[in-house]
Design a protein around this ligand. Structure first.
Ligand SMILES: [Zn+2]
Length: 741
């Protein structure tokens, strides 16, 4: 998928061969390719045949070519709607560089320029016009467009039209009107993320009947997917192993909260891994620094919330680990898919605990406030008696009858804004307040000699702002940190520490939002489609269910995802944890036995041979382990050992004995015994009564005490034939784990 395929395009269908030849020449002339990629050809065929088309193709699959090339052969102009205003100029510059006359209209240009460009488009100076969807709110603009001969209307990021999508934009609902205004030309809607239901919604909202649909290119054959079920503390251990299993590669660890991101990074740093944190709570400057260091490989691992990744094009990311389950398959595949863009083997691991669901449910609730809350917030705002209100979310929360997360308040305001009842021009951040209560000398003394950096920051602060702080000072933390040349986080940490110790008086900066009431009506007359909101919430839960099904899915994981996206040609990948073990990790016992077909096996071996020796994937080791003898297991990486041992633990906890576990896992009993030994040593098994009856444990203990725990053979000899090696080893391991060794 990374390179254009060499197959000669347009061999078997009905479109005009001369047009196709022309297209191929243009492809080579303007883009330098000699053939089309999978899907491009099909989609272009439909467009040239005059059919409305929906194209679902991942980012980087070559979507833009699908409308840019027909634009060159069709009469008149192609209009491209895109929400990515910041990228528009670059896209147009790129086209011009390729010799394709194009221009754009969005909020970055003046009304006079807009008219000028429309005039030039009308006069045939351009073949492609990019337009921001917000323009369609203007009737004047729509009128002006009526004079232009439009032959193709391309809608990029088409999922923005669907409120089921993750990126709904109300302005996209205006597109249908715009299409009508320009005389219903051929429509092509393109997106990277669309489930069948989003696709249905795109079709419905655009009002295009029976469009052709092209779904392609979602398969990522170089990615190995896997799921590990683990508790939170186990996750922290596993993450270190996962990171270490790709010693030369960089990777992303995604987590649901900022707090967790900080914790994970700390654990990695403690283990000597160069990890950095990225989340939306950091200043723009800090985020930029972090991103830079990750991009140029100075930082090995970036621990991030989902705020990280958009627009990131780092091709050599070797792994993406999700510390918790995300809320949707779309989100998961998009984030996991950032691994291995260079086509080299990379792994995508998902840590799961049933509790992960609660966090996602919390997000869904925050995203879908109940109707009565939306109305209550509206009433609350009306009661302020002024149309311009400056308020914080927590102030709003205090006025409500039910306790509600701030996120739900934000969403409620967004709904009221969308429906035209209010507007929010901008977020406001005020200043913080700081006043000394104790004398500077006393404060310095309280800091002690250990916290060198705190002392340094305090000295800087006091030498520059002594008088201000003594008298009580309103300050902007960002500015102050910059003036003092220190990190804002360090400064604020110190200030909060001093405030906690009652050495200073501190009020955090005011963070609020400015709200303008646009419509004053009785809340009973408010006209919001709450049934649609309810449906949206139901949909969010359904998506969460599908995400959780992925965890418990017992067949190929990549195929599950591709099926989800409607890519019906998906085949088992042969390398995910399920493909390798021939059945689900979690439900192996219930899963039907699945034989790995010869072809898949071959593919896997090929992968293994090609595998760079410096990069070892946990899954390949997992496979090795099944075939190797126990002594060789020690050579495999820690993670692979733990992966398989956790599976053994799972069965052990459920009450299976060694033989049963060995049968279920198709492994030697000696291997299982080795796993159990490891689990006892790591304190994951604390009670071995099921393995060694108490009375026998006592006898073994006695022998250990007499002879010493290191004298395995003498112990065995003294106990005699009726005791086996494993029993003795289990008891020794337990004693060692108790002693903390
Ligand atoms: Zn698979």
């Amino acid at each position: 998928m990374e390179t254009q395929n060499k197959k000669t395009a347009f061999s078997t269908d009905s479109a005009d061969p001369t047009v196709k030849q022309q297209l191929l020449s243009l492809l080579q002339l303007h883009y330098g390719y000699t053939s089309f990629r999978l899907g491009q050809e099909k989609a272009i065929d439909h467009i040239l045949a005059g059919k409305n088309t929906i194209v679902i193709m991942p980012t980087g699959g070559g979507k833009s070519l699908i409308y840019q090339l027909p634009a060159l052969v069709l009469e008149g102009v192609t209009i491209v709607v895109s929400p990515l205003i910041a990228l528009m100029k670059d896209q147009v510059d790129g086209l011009i560089k390729n010799g394709i006359p194009a221009t754009f209209i969005n909020s970055s240009i003046t009304p006079a320029e807009t008219l000028e460009r429309l005039e030039a488009v009308k006069n045939g100076h351009y073949k492609i016009l990019y337009v921001a969807p917000e323009r369609f709110y203007s009737q004047e603009f729509l009128n002006a467009m009526q004079n232009i001969k439009v032959s193709l209307f391309a809608i990029d990021e088409a999922h923005c039209i669907s409120q089921w999508g993750h990126d709904f934009r109300p302005s996209y609902l205006k597109i249908k009107q715009a299409v009508t205004a320009v005389g219903n030309p051929i429509v092509v809607a393109l997106t990277a993320t669309a489930t069948p239901e989003v696709r249905e919604d795109i079709i419905k909202q655009l009002g295009i009947e029976n469009p052709e649909q092209v779904v392609t290119g979602f398969s990522r054959p170089n990615l190995q997917f896997g799921v590990i079920q683990a508790s939170d503390s186990e996750k922290f251990r596993l993450i270190v192993d996962a990171v270490n299993s790709a010693p030369d590669g960089t990777g992303i660890v995604y987590t649901g909260t900022r707090n967790k991101a900080e914790q994970i990074a700390q654990v990695l740093l403690d283990q000597g891994v160069d990890a950095v944190v990225y989340h939306a709570g950091m200043s723009g400057e800090d985020r930029h620094w972090v991103q830079e260091n990750f991009m140029n490989n100075k930082a090995k691992v970036i621990v991030a919330t989902n705020a990280f990744g958009l627009g990131i094009d780092k091709r050599d990311i070797r792994f993406v680990v999700h510390f918790e389950m995300p809320g949707t398959i779309e989100a998961y595949y998009q984030e996991a898919g950032r691994a291995g863009r260079d086509g080299k083997p990379s792994f995508c691991l998902l840590f799961y605990h049933p509790r992960d669901r609660y966090l996602q449910e919390f997000f869904i609730k925050g995203d879908n406030p109940p109707p009565n809350i939306v109305l209550e917030i509206y009433e609350l705002l009306l009661n302020y008696g002024t149309d311009n209100i400056l308020i914080t979310y927590s102030e709003l929360a205090e006025g409500l009858s039910d306790k509600l997360p701030e996120m739900a308040i934000g969403t409620s305001l967004k709904i009221l804004e969308r429906e035209g009842y209010l507007s929010r021009p901008n977020e406001k951040v005020g200043s913080a307040y700081l006043e000394l209560i104790a004398r500077p000398e006393a404060i310095l003394e309280s800091l002690g000699t250990r916290s060198k950096s705190s002392i340094e920051i305090f000295k800087k602060l006091i030498s520059r702002y002594h008088d201000e702080i003594t008298n009580g000072w309103r300050f902007n933390p960002d500015e102050t940190a910059e003036i003092l040349n220190i990190k804002k986080d360090s400064l604020m940490r110190l200030v909060r520490k001093l405030a906690d110790a009652q050495l200073v008086k501190y009020e955090p900066p005011f963070r609020g939002t400015e709200i303008n009431i646009l419509k004053r009506v009785d809340s009973s007359e408010i006209n919001i489609d709450f049934s649609a909101m309810k449906a949206k919430q139901k949909n969010a839960y359904a998506k969460l269910d599908q995400m959780e099904e992925y965890i418990y899915h017992f067949d190929c994981r990549q195929k599950y995802i591709l099926d989800y996206f409607g890519d019906l040609n998906a085949k088992p990948c042969g390398k995910c944890d399920n493909c390798l073990t021939g059945g689900g990790y979690q439900r192996k016992n219930q899963a039907p036995k699945r034989e790995i077909k010869a072809k898949e096996k071959f593919d896997y071996q090929k992968y293994n041979k090609k595998k760079n020796s410096s990069f070892s994937s946990p899954f390949s080791n997992l496979e090795n382990e099944k075939e190797n003898t126990e002594s060789e297991i020690k050579k495999t990486s820690l993670l692979s050992t733990k992966l398989t041992q956790l599976e053994t633990l799972d069965l052990f906890v459920k009450g299976s004995n060694i033989d049963e576990i060995a049968t279920a896992r198709e492994l030697a009993t000696s291997t299982i015994a080795g796993h159990l030994l490891f689990l006892i040593e790591k304190k994951l098994i604390k009670n071995i009564d099921k393995l060694v009856p108490l009375k026998r444990q006592d006898k073994i203990l006695k022998a250990i005490k007499e002879l010493g725990p290191d004298k395995l053979t003498p112990i065995k000899e003294s106990l005699g034939e009726e005791f086996d090696w494993d029993e003795i080893k289990f008891v020794i391991a337990l004693e060692r784990s108790k002693a903390g060794k």
